[in-house]
Design a protein around this ligand. Structure first.
Ligand code: ZN
Length: 172
């Protein structure tokens, strides 16, 4: 397993949609392992492949609480097939937008169809933090950031701040 470098805004790849995985090969399983290791190291509770610069529809999650056993989950080609009318609000953060947190309202429950590491089709119904995390990560596969759910004013302010940092790093 290898810890990969996480890309941050304004990297243009974060705004691009990822391509479906054609077949679950050893290479894909290796990628999922690397993603989990990278996520735990960060540390974070979710990571989409695009965040390490791989434009494939894979995401990993672990929403277990501190002190509980680790519960790594891998979703390949995930798709939301149903979402509840009822919503819930969580303070979200993103490994690609370091040290920025803001409340986002999303459907409280979702049903997600996906392919597992054995290449089998699966479906899961999620609520709570898992539902929010799945929606946040699936958004990444479509080039959508949690910033895109905020007001334009907030979004512009964050993008400006990170663009300034990127320019400074490029110059220095
Ligand atoms: Zn994110």
């Amino acid at each position: 397993m290898t810890i990969r470098r996480i890309i941050v805004i304004p990297d243009p790849r974060l705004k691009q949609p990822s391509a479906p995985v054609e077949a679950v090969t050893d290479e894909i399983r290796q990628l999922a392992d690397d993603m989990l290791e990278t996520m735990y190291d960060a540390p974070g509770i979710g990571l989409a492949a695009v965040q390490i610069g791989v434009m494939k529809r894979i995401l990993v999650l672990d929403v277990s609480r501190e002190g509980e056993d680790k519960r790594p989950m891998v979703f390949i080609n995930p798709q939301i097939v149903w979402s509840s009318e009822e919503t819930s609000t969580y303070e979200e953060g993103c490994l690609s937008i370091p040290e920025y947190y803001e409340e986002v309202e999303r459907p409280a429950r979702v049903r997600v169809r996906y392919v597992d590491l054995d290449g089998k089709a699966q479906e899961i119904e999620a609520d709570g933090l898992l539902a929010t995390c799945l929606q946040h990560e699936i958004d990444h596969l479509d080039g959508i950031l949690f910033l895109d759910h905020l007001s334009k004013l907030k979004r512009d302010r964050v993008m400006k701040k990170f663009s300034k940092v990127a320019r400074r790093e490029a110059a220095g």
